[in-house]
Design a binder for this molecule. Structure first.
Ligand code: NDP
Length: 272
C-alpha cells in the first residue's frame, strides 16, 4: 500500500496541494498518494483520527483548522510551538508531530525566488490571523530593521506584539496608525483578497516599498497588488511561491527529501 497524505480544510475543493505534492513525489521518485479531505467545522479531530486509523502518514492543515491542529499535536517543533498554529501533521507510532512551515515558505519565496533580502528592511505585516502568526518568528529571524503588524482589529495585532516580544521588537496597531511610516516590504496576510476586498490602507505606505506581497493568489493581480502598484510599490508578488515553498518544507518533514520548487511554481502559474 502507498504511504498516504492529504490536505484537510473547509472549504478544500480549491486546494492546489494535491497537485503540488504529486509533482514533488514524481520528481523525487517517492511512492505516495496525496488527496484532499473536507472536514465539517465541528469535526476536525474525528476526521483526522479516522485518517490516522487507516494508516495515513501526514496531513497539511489549512483554513480554519490550524489552531485545532496545534491543540491536537502531541509534540511540536519549536516554530509551531511559538506560532501556536500548525499547518503540518506527521503521524509516527503513537505520536502526532505538529509543525508550521508557512513562515519558512514565505521567507524562502521572498529571499530565494524573488531575490529580496529581509535583513535591515522595514517590514509591514498586515493581518493577525493564523497566517500572520506563522510568519512572525521566521521574519524576525531574518533581522529586519522594523517589523510592524497592522490589523483591522488593532487589539489582535497588539496581542501578537505581546506574544512575540521575547523574539524581537515589534510595532503594532491599526492600518491607519502606520500612515506616514516608511516600509520596504509590505506583506498582506489578511484574508481580504479572498473576498476581493481591500483593507483600508493609507496610500502613503507604498511610496518607498520595494515589494508588495499578497499571500493570496489568483489569475489576475489582487486588488491589494493593484492598489500597491498604483501607489508606488516597485515589485508585486502573489502567494504561489509561498504555497509551493511551504509544501516543500512539509514534504521534507515527511520524506526527508527536499524537492525542487521552481519547476512546480512554473507549472502552477501556468494553470492559474
Ligand atoms: P484568518 O481567518 O485566520 O485571518 C484573517 C485576517 O484577515 C484577520 O487578521 C482579519 O482581520 C483580516 N481581514 C479579513 N477581512 C478583512 C478585510 N476586509 N479588511 C481587512 N482585514 C481583513 O486567515 P489566515 O490568516 O489563515 O489566512 C489569511 C490569508 O493568507 C488567506 O487569504 C489565505 O489563503 C492566505 N494564506 C496563504 C498561504 C500561502 O501559502 N500562500 C499560506 C497561509 C495562508 P480581523 O482580525 O480584524 O478580523
Amino acid at each position: 500500500m502507498l504511504d498516504s497524505y492529504a490536505v484537510i480544510g473547509n472549504p478544500i475543493a480549491h486546494s492546489k496541494s494535491p497537485l503540488i505534492h504529486t509533482a514533488f513525489a514524481q520528481q523525487t521518485n517517492q511512492a505516495l498518494q496525496y488527496g484532499a479531505i473536507w472536514a465539517p467545522l465541528d469535526g476536525f479531530r474525528k476526521v483526522v483520527e479516522s485518517f490516522r486509523q487507516q494508516g495515513g502518514k501526514g496531513l497539511n492543515v489549512t483554513v480554519p483548522f490550524k489552531l485545532e491542529a496545534y491543540q491536537l499535536a502531541t509534540r511540536l517543533t519549536g516554530r509551531a510551538s511559538i506560532a501556536q498554529a500548525v499547518n503540518t501533521l506527521k503521524f509516527e507510532n503513537d505520536e502526532i508531530l505538529g509543525d508550521n512551515t508557512d513562515g519558512a515558505g514565505l521567507v524562502r519565496d521572498i529571499e530565494c525566488n524573488l531575490g529580496i533580502s529581509i535583513a535591515d528592511k522595514r517590514v509591514l505585516l498586515m493581518g493577525a490571523g493564523g497566517a500572520a502568526r506563522g510568519v512572525i518568528l521566521p521574519l524576525l529571524q531574518q533581522k529586519p530593521a522594523l517589523l510592524a503588524i497592522a490589523n483591522r482589529t488593532a487589539q489582535k495585532a497588539q496581542a501578537l506584539q505581546q506574544q512575540f516580544s521575547a523574539h524581537g521588537d515589534i510595532a503594532a496597531g491599526s492600518f491607519i496608525h502606520f500612515s506616514g511610516t516608511r516600509f520596504d516590504l509590505i506583506i498582506n496576510a489578511t484574508s481580504a483578497s479572498l473576498h476581493d476586498a481591500l483593507p483600508e490602507l493609507p496610500i502613503d505606505i507604498f511610496a518607498h516599498a520595494t515589494l508588495a506581497y499578497d499571500m493570496m493568489y489568483s489569475h489576475e493581480p489582487t486588488r491589494f497588488l493593484q492598489f500597491a502598484q498604483k501607489n508606488g510599490a516597485r515589485h508585486m508578488a502573489d502567494g504561489i511561491g509561498m504555497l509551493v515553498e511551504q509544501a516543500a518544507e512539509s514534504f521534507f518533514l515527511w520524506r526527508s527529501i527536499r524537492p525542487q520548487t521552481k519547476p512546480v511554481i512554473a507549472q502552477l502559474k501556468s494553470l492559474i
